[in-house]
Design a protein. Structure first.
Length: 304
């Protein structure tokens, strides 16, 4: 769960209620409080399904369904990945596959097909709970279903999922990770501070998460996975990202052999995905020769 970008009266009231309950519950009913916090942490915001329903009315993609671990995963296909090289597009937390539709026309113009999908509990896919292990397993399953990709482009938690999932029965020639998360412990720490969950209960919440997913939280850190990757990768991260600090993107560059870093300014965590400069750099990276690791600084956007 990430802090909502805009706070309506209902959202503020709900958040204040949770914070008050957790402040007392952390002392008086720790087990119940941890269970509730773990469920909230694993539950995507309703806006994912609402936005997907709205976007589906005007989408240009062909829709398909792939079953993953007994759940129906909604996929969106542009072009024909069975005959064309394709790019796999992976969204982040509480987002949706159709958030990539702006990229589709550009990919098609370059001769590539494109495949996006909704993670479990997101958009039009089944399920209600979802965390990084679910993200990674779904990426692997979709990759195996559609075959090896020309490239994979991912945002936020999707970037961490791709790092875990690459070469798990499928692969991609290149990767572009936009504002990728790196440290799940840091994510639960930010969550605990936001909802006022007692820090002493965070290890218990990790145990609850591991019981459901079968994966220990420390095993999800990208330090265990990025050094094993051999694909050329471009990391794009904004210096002022408040959701996933730029230091996490820089961690990828240190750990992933040959990684390149592009830093932006004042695009934040979400606008960065649809920025024309970021899109152009990503498409150039996917189609061009492997660059040496370098740091690029984009100029700040003009005053609004």
């Amino acid at each position: 769960m990430k802090p909502p970008r805009r706070f309506g009266a209902r959202t503020i009231a709900t958040l204040l209620g949770i914070r008050l309950a957790y402040r007392f519950g952390s002392r008086l009913a720790p087990a119940r409080t941890v269970a509730h916090a773990a469920r909230i942490f694993q539950t995507p915001l309703p806006s994912s399904r609402e936005r997907a329903a709205h976007a589906s009315m005007t989408m240009s993609a062909r829709t398909e369904t792939v079953e993953v671990d007994g759940q129906a995963i909604a996929t969106y296909v542009w072009g024909d990945p069975s005959t064309q090289p394709y790019v796999l597009l992976v969204h982040g937390w509480s987002s949706m596959g159709l958030r990539w539709e702006n990229w589709a026309s550009q990919l098609l113009a370059n001769g590539w097909a494109a495949v996006a999908f909704d993670q479990p509990g997101h958009g039009r896919s089944g399920g209600d709970l979802c965390t990084l292990p679910d993200f990674a397993r779904t990426v692997s399953a979709i990759g195996r279903h559609y075959g090896d990709a020309e490239a994979v482009i991912a945002h936020s938690l999707g970037g961490a999922a791709v790092t875990l999932a690459l070469d798990d029965g499928w692969t991609a020639k290149r990767a572009v990770l936009i504002a990728p998360a790196a440290d799940p412990q840091a994510a639960t720490r930010r969550f605990a501070r936001f909802v006022r969950l007692g820090e002493h209960l965070r290890p218990s919440m990790h145990e609850v998460l591991a019981q459901r997913t079968g994966v220990l939280i420390d095993d999800l850190h990208i330090r265990h996975h990025a050094p094993k990757r051999s694909q050329p990768v471009l990391i794009v991260h904004d210096a002022f990202d408040r959701d996933v600090p730029v230091e996490e993107g820089e961690m990828y560059v240190r750990l992933w052999p040959g990684a390149a870093l592009m830093k932006t300014r004042r695009l934040g965590h979400r606008r960065i995905v649809d920025d024309p400069g970021v899109m152009a750099a990503a498409l150039a990276f996917v189609s061009g020769p492997s660059p040496s690791a370098a740091v690029h600084q984009s100029p700040p956007p003009p005053p609004q």
